[in-house]
Design a protein around this ligand. Sequence first.
Ligand code: SAM
Length: 229
Amino acid sequence: MSRASLEKSPHDVAAMFDRVARRYDVTNTVLSLSQDRQWRKAVADALQVHAGQTVLDLAAGTGTSSEPFTDAGVHTVPCDFSLGMLRVGRTRRPDMPFVAGDGTRLPFADASFDAVTISFGLRNVVDVDACLRELYRVTKPGGRVVVCEFSRPTWAPFRTVYTEYLMKALPKVATAVSSNPEAYVYLAESIRAWPDQPGLAAKLQDAGWNTVQWRNLSGGIVALHRGIK
Ligand SMILES: C[S@@+](CC[C@H](N)C(=O)[O-])C[C@H]1O[C@@H](n2cnc3c(N)ncnc32)[C@H](O)[C@@H]1O
């Protein structure tokens, strides 16, 4: 499935995640060489929420990105539009309040959450700007957003090696471990097409977020962007 065809249809995006749901978590850990756990911990540190607060984890998939918050006593709402991912999530973590919802039309009232976050999801949303505005709408004034997304490695020689990995090795590894290797060809393409760190910061600002900053993880393979409402 090419990026071009996915761009046209949120339904195709949801269907693609329905198909990878069963082996999603194990594939992630293998493809990221187990770095994913460290990235998730960094998101929790950046969001700075505490027990008793309410957090929206948008594009939560199977709920793996919501776990650090739930386990710290934060009331966390994992929301996603792939029913397949939500089903796997509910089986894994029946204690978490999974909600089906589209990130471009969130089923929540204005100013419902102390903080909002989205990990490895924004790149998949068909209308990124609308999603960032929706996240802003449902956040309380003074609340923060943390976006965790693949980005652009900062060191040029490493960037070249990494791009080779993305385009050549990753689809091969995915064929061995994933239930839908096609989705990982899409993953590689979508990472290459995604804005770099300043580009994403500008999008957050355009959606209304203030004091936008970012921090690179694993040499810029991933970036955490933070903003305040
Ligand atoms: C790569 S998974 C990330 C899951 C989880 N956040 C994690 O870190 O493991 C991306 C998720 O984005 C969801 N997604 C994409 N577009 C969406 C939208 N418009 N609304 C809600 N979820 C969306 C997909 O269904 C998928 O579950």
